[in-house]
Design a protein around this ligand. Structure first.
Ligand SMILES: [Zn+2]
Ligand SMILES: [Zn+2]
Ligand SMILES: [Zn+2]
Length: 333
C-alpha cells in the first residue's frame, strides 16, 4: 500500500482517505500480537486501518485503543452473531442503531423481531423461545373470533392474564375478560348474558376468492355466521366471499367438537387439499382450516349428513323431554 494523499480505502461501506505519515513499529508489533496487521493510517492522525488475521476484514481503530486494549474485529463479531442466530433458529438482519445491546432478526414465521444479543444466545442454548409479537397477536385474535368476539387490546389495569374484548357477533359490549376464559369460552357476556359454550351455534362453510385466482372453502362454527362472513374474518371488505351453508348446532361446545372431527377427517382423507396459510393470511384473520374449492361438494355432503344427525338428536331430546313431563304429570296425584 503506497501512502499518497489520493489513496482511498473502503472500510465497512465507508471511504477513508489514507493519511500520510509513518506507521510506527510499536503499532505494528501491537497489531501483530493482537491478531491484526496495520494497513494504513486513515481518517486523521490518530486512526489506523487494521486487517483481521482471522477473517481478512478491515476496520478502523484509534492507535491508543490498539496499544492499550484488545480491539474486536467487527466482521468476526458479526459473523458470531449470525452463527448464534442460526443456532437459535432465526436470521440476523442488522444491529439496532438506537441500542447497542439489541439487533433485528427474521423469525421462523418470516416476521422481523427485535431482541437482545443475550436473549438470542439463550435461545441458541434452548433456554428460551422467541415469541413473535405479530403472530402471537394474530393467534389471540383468532381465539376471540372463534368465540364471536374481537380482541381490542391489553387490560388497562395491567393484568397480563386479562384483555379487553368486544362482543362482535353479539351485543357489541366491550368487556375485560381473562384470556383463558376466552380460549375455553367459559364466560357469560356482561352485556347480553350469552354464554358461548352452552348457547346455540352453527357449523358453517364459506367460500373466499384468493389472490391466486382460485377459491377456497372455510369450515368453522359460529353463533352468527352471517356476521362472521360480513365483518369478522376478512382484512379487506371487498374480498369476494359467500356463505355456502350453515347447520344449527345445539351448543357452541358441541359445534366446536363436531368441527374438530370434521377437520381431522378432511385433513386425513384429503391432505393435499389444505390451503397453506401463506396463501390467505394477508386476506383473512385466520391461520388454518381452508380447503381447495374442489372439496366443496364433499364438505357440503358431510355437513348435510351432520345436519340430519343433529336434527335426529334434537328430535330424540324433544321426545325424551315430552315423555318426562308426561311421566311427571302422571306421577302427580
Ligand atoms: Zn475478523
Ligand atoms: Zn410472526
Ligand atoms: Zn353480548
Amino acid at each position: 500500500m503506497t501512502q499518497t494523499n489520493k489513496t482511498v480505502l473502503q472500510i465497512r461501506g465507508e471511504n477513508h482517505i489514507v493519511q500520510p505519515g509513518q506507521i510506527h513499529k510499536r503499532w505494528s508489533d501491537a497489531a501483530e500480537s493482537k491478531g491484526y496487521r496495520v494497513v494504513a493510517r486513515v481518517r486523521d492522525k490518530n486512526s489506523l486501518a487494521l486487517e483481521c488475521k482471522t477473517c481478512g476484514g478491515l476496520h478502523v481503530s484509534r492507535y491508543y485503543v490498539l496499544l492499550n486494549f484488545q480491539p474486536g474485529c467487527p466482521h468476526c463479531i458479526e459473523a458470531r452473531w449470525r452463527e448464534t442466530a442460526k443456532d437459535a433458529g432465526v436470521e440476523f438482519l442488522r444491529r439496532d442503531p438506537k441500542h447497542r445491546h439489541y439487533a433485528f432478526y427474521r423469525a421462523e414465521c418470516g416476521h422481523e423481531i427485535r431482541r437482545q444479543f443475550t436473549f438470542i444466545e439463550r435461545m441458541a442454548r434452548a433456554e428460551v423461545e422467541a415469541r413473535c409479537e405479530i403472530c402471537h397477536h394474530a393467534r389471540e385474535q383468532e381465539e376471540a373470533i372463534q368465540k364471536g368476539w374481537e380482541l381490542i387490546g391489553r387490560d388497562p389495569k395491567g393484568d397480563a392474564q386479562c384483555r379487553i374484548y368486544r362482543h362482535a357477533e353479539g351485543c357489541g359490549t366491550e368487556a375485560r375478560i381473562f384470556r383463558n376464559n376466552m380460549q375455553t369460552g367459559r364466560f357469560t357476556c356482561p352485556g347480553c348474558g350469552e354464554n358461548w359454550s352452552t348457547g346455540p351455534s352453527y357449523l358453517y362453510a364459506m367460500k373466499f376468492a384468493l389472490e391466486t385466482g382460485t377459491e377456497a372453502v372455510k369450515v368453522g362454527f359460529s353463533r352468527n355466521p352471517e356476521s362472521r362472513l360480513k365483518y369478522q374474518l376478512h382484512r379487506n371488505p371487498d374480498l369476494p366471499r359467500e356463505l355456502l351453508l350453515k347447520v344449527p348446532m345445539r351448543s357452541g361446545r358441541h359445534a366446536q367438537r363436531v368441527e374438530k372431527r370434521l377437520h381431522k377427517w378432511l385433513a386425513t382423507e384429503f391432505p393435499d387439499d389444505l390451503v397453506p396459510p401463506e396463501e390467505f393470511t394477508d386476506l383473512l384473520k385466520v391461520k388454518s382450516e381452508l380447503y381447495r374449492a374442489g372439496l366443496e361438494a364433499t364438505i357440503l355432503r358431510q355437513m348435510h349428513r351432520l345436519q340430519r344427525k343433529e336434527r335426529r338428536a334434537a328430535e330424540r331430546s324433544r321426545i325424551r323431554s315430552r315423555s318426562r313431563s308426561k311421566r311427571m304429570r302422571r306421577a302427580r296425584p
